[in-house]
Each structure stands twice: as structure tokens, then as C-alpha cells.
Design a protein around this ligand. Structure first.
Ligand SMILES: [Zn+2]
Ligand SMILES: [Zn+2]
Length: 246
């Protein structure tokens, strides 16, 4: 399949980059590879049971209280690992240090995950950055995870299907209601590209799922038939925000 060849070419390109500029591990910063075996072993990969909708780790595979009270716009959201230690460091390097190769190496568990979930997806889009932030950073870290996924799985990739119509402040440190308010109406989707499609939205980290939910709402409003979310990492809830019944 041509898509798979393109993916192999993409990976080969990164192998060449590694050869020219020997990488350090995104997790522990040891020289040699972009993501080492030890960091991979120490990462807390999220396994069931989780809430079947928002993917929040919990004691049982039942709908969590928050999803029962206010069902999200997305059909399901999953994350590969807990946002801690090695994974946190890798995301930080991907996002703020221009360590772009981490996107390719850490899209691999997302590709495996997507195959396992069995979601049938027509279109992959990254959570978009606002223009000001994109200009400042020079790249969208979520796109560096989303694009190789699309190449590997032969799924359409149209990042401009979704755009941020207003800048939002960082979600860090905000309470749940503030997070929801901060991103509400912040996105808009292009009807001609998303109508009738099942869309997968990809991001680096989720905490409350508010950003993914706002993206899903915009996509559904533009006619998407369903929206799934996948993130590399999931930040732990602060106890006061815990959505799970004790
Ligand atoms: Zn490492
Ligand atoms: Zn839930």
C-alpha cells in the first residue's frame, strides 16, 4: 500500500536524522536513541479498567460519574500513558525544546493502540494551536504525533479541518469548570472536509478532556458523524476534581 511506503520513508528519514545528529532519549536524556527501552518499561501505560467513554483509569469498566452526568461530545477518548516522569519529560522536550523526533517515536504506541481499539476512522486531525502560538513555536506538537499515525494506517490527514478561532490560555492550573469555559467555542471545523466522516482528534496530553470535548463539539456541529480522541498522555486529576465515585 502506498501509504505504508510513505510511512516507511518517514521512519527512514528519521533514522537518517539520528545518524547525522545522534539523539538523546526524550525520557532520560541518555545518548543513543530518541526513546530508550528503560524509559519505555518505566512508563505507566494505561490499561483497563477505564471509563469506556472518557478513558479515565478507575476500578471498574463502567461509565464514570462525570460521563453519566454530562456525556462528552466525543464517542471515546483514550491515552497511552500516565503523564509522569519519563513521559512528562518527553512531552516537554517535544513541546518546548524542538525535539521533533520524539513525535515519530512516541506515535508508535498510539498506532498500536488505534489498531487495538478497532475504531474505524476516516480522518485524523491534531488539536490545532492558535496562530500566535504556532508562530512562536514554529510547529504543532500534536501534528508530529498525528501525521505518522495517518501515514502508518493509511488514513486521511487534514490538519486544517479544525482550527482554533480564538486563543485560549493554558489549561494548566485551572479547575474543571474553568477548563471547560476556557475552551468552549474555541474551535471551528470545515464542513466540506468533515461532514459524514468519523474523525480522530490527536493531542499530546489531556487532563479533563475539555479540549478534546470542545474539538469534538465543533466537528459534530460541522457534520462529522462521530469523533474519537487519542492522546499520548493523561495527567492525573487533582483529588478535588476526581470524577470517579469512591
Ligand atoms: Zn530513556
Ligand atoms: Zn468517563
Amino acid at each position: 500500500m502506498p501509504e505504508r511506503l510513505v510511512y516507511q520513508a518517514y521512519r527512514f528519514l528519521w533514522t537518517m536524522v539520528d545518524w547525522l545528529y545522534p539523539p538523546v532519549c526524550g525520557g532520560c536524556e541518555e545518548k543513543g536513541e530518541r526513546w530508550c527501552e528503560a524509559c519505555n518499561r518505566r512508563s505507566q501505560v494505561i490499561v483497563p479498567p477505564v471509563c469506556p467513554v472518557c478513558g479515565q483509569p478507575q476500578a471498574e469498566e463502567v461509565l464514570c460519574r462525570r460521563c453519566r452526568q454530562a456525556p462528552p461530545a466525543y464517542t471515546a477518548l483514550r491515552s497511552w500513558a500516565i503523564f509522569g516522569n519519563q513521559v512528562r519529560n518527553a512531552v516537554h522536550r517535544l513541546k518546548y525544546k524542538g525535539d521533533l523526533g520524539i513525535g515519530e517515536v512516541l506515535s508508535r504506541p498510539l498506532i498500536t493502540g488505534l489498531r487495538q481499539y478497532g475504531w474505524v476512522v476516516d480522518l485524523i486531525v491534531p488539536v490545532p494551536l492558535g496562530l500566535a502560538r504556532l508562530a512562536e513555536r514554529g510547529y504543532n506538537q500534536a501534528a508530529l504525533l498525528a501525521w505518522p499515525m495517518a501515514l502508518a494506517l493509511g488514513i486521511s490527514y487534514r490538519p486544517k479541518s479544525l482550527c482554533r478561532v480564538r486563543e485560549t490560555r493554558s489549561q494548566v492550573g485551572l479547575k474543571l469548570a474553568e477548563r471547560q469555559e476556557n475552551v468552549q467555542g474555541a474551535f471551528s471545523a470545515r464542513r466540506e472536509w468533515v461532514a459524514g466522516k468519523t474523525v480522530l482528534v490527536v493531542d499530546d496530553v489531556t487532563t479533563s478532556g475539555s479540549t478534546l470535548n470542545a474539538c469534538a463539539a465543533a466537528l459534530l456541529e460541522a457534520g462529522a458523524s462521530a469523533v474519537y480522541g487519542l492522546t499520548l498522555a493523561r495527567a492525573a486529576w487533582e483529588p478535588a476534581q476526581a470524577p470517579v465515585a469512591a
